[in-house]
Ligand binder design. Structure first.
Ligand code: ADP
Ligand code: MG
Length: 382
């Protein structure tokens, strides 16, 4: 996808300037070195320069976050926590501590739908870096190809999902996480709680980096961290951007899907369409429903109905990242009530699939005129 001088790779979110500037005044820095995802800062250069130093600060931050929380980094705080024994106290870095503290609040706020203790399930279903990149030691439940795991694992790991049992504490300027005592035993192998911050780390990085950029005085442009977290500043001359939300299904739109005009807003998206496999006609995505142990909308007792993609506008990126993940788990009705009470200023777009009719629809609280939908599917306003 190429947009007005800014070459945009395939993002869940993309932007075009609506102020008739043709993108001409904007420059960009890109990197693929962090979070396994493309990150971009688009900006209008300052008269005195200095963008390079800002970008260096942003990428140093990304590097620090990745080093502390990535499961692909064996020495990261989170990898070391995961490898620890039940009941062990692990020293973690300040960033990991900060993210875990926010994660605890979001776990409570979403009534457990956002749950970073789902790490073992993410691994069991084959969506961890260990499985995807073929790294690290084999595990007894590893399978030749993506498939539904054995029921004994799905039920045995349930007690390890109690994220509230994790304790975090600080002592003399050092940070610690104590692993819960709970152990799950399957065929003689012991399993303990494993964390996965993949549903929040990019949002956290986006908030912190946006702060660096704004403090350096850049008001125009945007920042996106991976395919799902974006902070939009203003367009040229302070105008709006046109924020593009990608289509979650080629069958409802192979091209443009939905766009919203706006500036100075955070945008987060989660969907079941980037990272998934299908087996016996069912789609199994990388977002785990901690109440069933199955991927969101894929429990055998359901018909697959649910929110297949959720975008939030106007929520800080850290919360937005976790909340859109939670919306896929909890569904439309919960999300509408939750947003109304907790984030009344936020706007939402949910794409919903009805398993009984096979129909897609969009639910949104954006007013007509505030967005353009290019797919020919029904819209339900809320
Ligand atoms: P993306 O990584 O595309 O931004 P999300 O923000 O929705 O997508 O995060 C999904 C990731 O979060 C998964 O790949 C996994 O690492 C982790 N995860 C999966 N299920 C949950 C859950 N219920 N709560 C918290 N994190 C989860
Ligand atoms: Mg998320």
């Amino acid at each position: 996808m190429k947009v007005k001088g800014l070459a945009l790779p395939l993002f869940a979110l993309a932007l075009t300037c609506t102020c008739g500037c043709g993108g001409g005044g904007f420059y960009k820095y890109d990197t693929l070195a962090y979070f396994n995802a493309p990150c971009r800062w688009a900006f209008v250069p300052a008269e005195q320069g200095g963008e390079k130093a800002v970008w260096q600060e942003v990428t140093a931050l990304f590097s620090d976050i990745q080093t502390e929380v990535s499961l692909g980094v064996p020495a990261s705080s989170i990898s070391r926590f995961n490898a620890a024994k039940a009941g062990e106290t692990v020293e973690i870095g300040a960033i990991a501590y900060d993210i875990l503290t926010e994660a605890q609040a979001l776990y409570t706020e979403t009534e457990g739908a956002y749950n970073p203790a789902a790490g073992l399930y993410v691994d069991l279903w084959g969506f961890s870096p260990r499985v995807l990149n073929g790294e690290g030691e084999m595990r007894p439940y590893d399978r030749d190809k993506a498939s539904v795991p054995d029921e004994e694992y799905l039920s045995a790991f349930m007690p390890l999902l109690d994220f509230s049992a994790l304790s975090l504490f600080e002592e003399e300027g050092r940070y610690y996480a104590k692993k819960p005592e709970i152990v799950a035993l399957v065929d003689g192998t012991e399993y303990t709680m494993e964390l996965d911050l993949g549903g929040i780390a990019k949002g956290y990085a986006c908030d912190k980096a946006a702060k660096i950029i704004r403090n350096a005085g850049y008001d125009l442009g945007f920042l996106n961290v991976g395919q799902s977290s974006m902070r939009v500043f203003a367009g040229e001359k302070g105008g709006d951007w046109e924020i593009e939300v990608n289509s979650p299904r080629a069958e409802i739109s192979a091209g443009r899907f939905l766009s919203v005009k706006g500036k100075h807003v955070g945008v987060s998206t989660s969907g079941d369409y980037e990272n998934y496999f299908t087996a016996e006609g069912r789609r199994y995505c990388h977002i785990i429903d901690p109440f069933t142990g199955y991927p969101a909308n894929a429990s055998p007792s359901g018909d697959g109905s649910g929110v297949v993609a959720a975008s939030l506008f106007g929520v800080p990126a850290t919360a937005g990242d976790a909340l859109t993940t939670a919306v896929l788990v909890k569904g439309e009705e919960w999300a509408k009530a939750f947003l109304k009470t907790r984030y009344p200023e936020a706007k939402a777009v949910f794409t919903v699939w009805d398993g009984a009719t096979g129909e897609y629809s969009v639910a949104t609280d954006l007013k007509s005129g505030e967005y353009t939908l290019y797919a020919e599917i029904p819209v339900r306003a809320f």
